[in-house]
Each structure stands twice: as C-alpha cells, then as structure tokens.
Design a protein around this ligand. Structure first.
Ligand code: FAD
Length: 287
C-alpha cells in the first residue's frame, strides 16, 4: 500500500519508526523488536538508513520483515556521498522486495564538510531520481524550526518547495515539543504553496540526558512545561519514561484534534513505548 493513501485515509493513523542493526550480530534482536511493534498493527512503519549508507543491506531487510507482518513499510534512503549506481541498486532491491514507499533524504554532512558536491547534493535530487525510476511513493523530511544549515526558516521553506515540486508526496517532520510550532509552520507552508500532507514526528522522551544532547544539536525549542518534567523526573528513569510517554500522548491527541490525520512516533526500537502510546489513545484511533 502507498503511504500517501494511509495518510489521506479516513481514519487517524499512528505510525512507528525503527532503526536497523549496524552489524549482522544484532539483526535478530532488531527483527524481534520490529515484529513486536508491527504486531501492534500501526498505520505504517519506517526504517531509518544508517549515516553514509552504513545499513544499506539491513534497511531493506527490516522493511521486508515489516511487510511480512502485514504492515506497510517505509524505507529511508539517504544520498549523501552515494553514486548513482548505488542509489539505483538500492531502489532495485526495494522493488524486488515489493517495498514501494521511500523517504528520500540527503543525510548529514560528514564532520568538517560544509557543502557536498556529489551527484546528489540535496534530497530533492534524490526525489527526482526516485520519481524517474517510477513506482514509488516518495516522502521527505521537513523542519518546523528550520534545518540547522539554513540561514532562516523562510530560506528552508523555499528549499522545501523545490523538494515538493520535484515529486515528494508527503513530508515527515523533525521532532518538536511545542505543538504551536507546527501550527505556525503549516501556515507558512500554505503561504509558500506547499500543499503536500505533513506528518508530525513525535519523540517520546524516555531519557533526559539523551534528549538534552540531541536538542542542543538540532536547536529544538524546549517549552517550560517540558523542562519542568525533565527537571523533576530526569534522574528517575522509570518516572521519566512514564512522564515522557504521557507528554507525547498529550501532544499527539492535540495534533489529531488540530487536523492532522497521521502522526509518526520515533519509537526507537522500543515496543513497550510504542504499545503504551498506542493504548493511551486506543479510542481516538478507533482500535
Ligand atoms: P535537504 O532537503 O536536502 O535539506 C538539507 C539542507 O539543504 C537544508 O538546510 C535545506 O534548506 C538546504 N537545501 C535543500 N535544497 C536546496 C537547494 N536546492 N538549494 C540550496 N539549499 C538547499 N538521516 C539519515 O542519515 N538517515 C535517516 O534515516 C534519516 N531519517 C530522517 C527522518 C526524518 C523525518 C528527518 C526529519 C530527518 C532524518 N534524517 C536521517 C536526518 C537528515 O538526513 C538530516 O537532517 C540532513 O541534514 C538533511 O536531510 P534532508 O533530507 O532534510 O536534506
């Protein structure tokens, strides 16, 4: 099934993300957690692509594992440093496996590199390539608070329009912790003529130290309500996990109420977190 049909469907969709193993040794573990999450019957599941193509074998493998469980997979693919042959061979592999949804990404620049000069400079170049191959539903990433390399949110949105015009059919957002940010972002996208559906990406914070480190790099705004939770429960892992899940559920319920039909959860290979979030809104999801 094409993800765009799930996003535009008549019932709210909750989807989950997993990341593939880096080595063969942990393939079985990742396969097991992937199946556990798939058995929750989410709207779809995405599989990330390791930096610089480091999981090129395992991303399609885990995507197949999701499909075998009866759930629609979305395979991430990044293009930074990749040759055209490499990208073609991965797309052929995805086709061979019957996987027809791809999240087209640029990937992060290697440390110390300011500009990439390869075949694919931006995700929009990869989107165009996938569109030319044909048969895939193509998604892309977007940043409600602006991509860290962009001089301004306005500049980033102008670049996002290029990606949408190249054939990107839907966008998944970077995590954010204040829903007002995404409502404002949607108004800006509409003003820029970007009309493809946007799927908010929600990160349930279960580890205070980790999130402070991640957000110091990504530049996410951390609302006072969120900081109070970190301050109060950050040193108590079990309490932090419960509070982080509750915070994510509240964010997601508001997003559905605010008009989004699909929400993606960065479930980070944690079936218990995915299960708690889904069961915390079972009636809202109609399950
Ligand atoms: P782009 O859309 O190419 O944007 C990158 C920068 O270039 C932005 O600042 C943009 O404004 C600018 N830009 C874009 N087009 C142009 C243009 N034509 N001219 C000038 N400037 C331009 N990384 C992974 O390695 N693997 C993953 O699986 C993965 N999954 C992700 C999933 C989501 C939902 C998100 C939000 C990010 C993910 N990332 C992943 C991280 C992502 O690869 C990085 O954030 C990367 O720095 C940017 O990727 P992009 O696809 O958004 O790039």
């Amino acid at each position: 099934m094409k993800i765009i049909d799930i996003i535009k469907g008549n019932k709210p969709s909750l989807s989950f993300e997993v990341f593939p193993p880096k080595t063969f040794d942990s393939l079985e573990t990742v396969r097991r957690v992937t199946e556990e999450i798939a058995d929750l019957r989410p709207g779809y599941m995405s599989v990330t692509y390791g930096a610089g193509g480091s999981t090129d074998i395992y991303t399609p493998e885990i995507a197949s594992c999701i499909a075998a469980r009866g759930v629609t997979p979305l395979a991430h693919l990044s293009c930074i440093g990749a040759t055209e042959e490499k990208v073609s061979s991965i797309l052929a592999e995805l086709k061979r496996r019957g996987i027809d949804n791809v999240l087209a990404l640029r990937g992060d620049l290697p440390e110390g590199v300011e500009k990439h000069e390869g075949v694919y400079r931006f995700a929009s170049d990869l989107v165009a390539k996938i569109r030319d191959v044909g048969g895939f539903c193509i998604g892309g990433a977007c940043y409600p608070e602006g991509h860290p390399e962009s001089a301004s949110l306005g500049e980033d949105i102008r670049n996002l329009k290029i990606k949408a015009d190249a054939g990107c059919e839907f966008l998944t957002t970077q995590m954010f912790f204040d829903n007002e940010i995404i409502y404002g972002f949607m108004d800006k996208l509409a003003a820029a003529g970007i009309t493809v559906p946007v799927v908010p990406g929600i990160m349930p914070v279960t580890n205070a130290k980790q999130i402070i480190r991640i957000t110091s790099i990504s530049g996410n705004a951390l609302p006072k309500k969120f900081m109070r939770i970190i301050d109060r429960y950050g040193d108590n892992p079990e309490a932090m996990k419960q509070a982080g899940i509750a915070f994510a559920i509240e964010q997601i319920i508001d997003l559905y109420a605010g008009g989004f039909n699909a929400v993606h959860v960065y479930s980070m290979n944690k079936p218990d977190v995915a299960r708690s979030i889904q069961s915390g809104m079972a009636k809202i999801l109609g399950i």
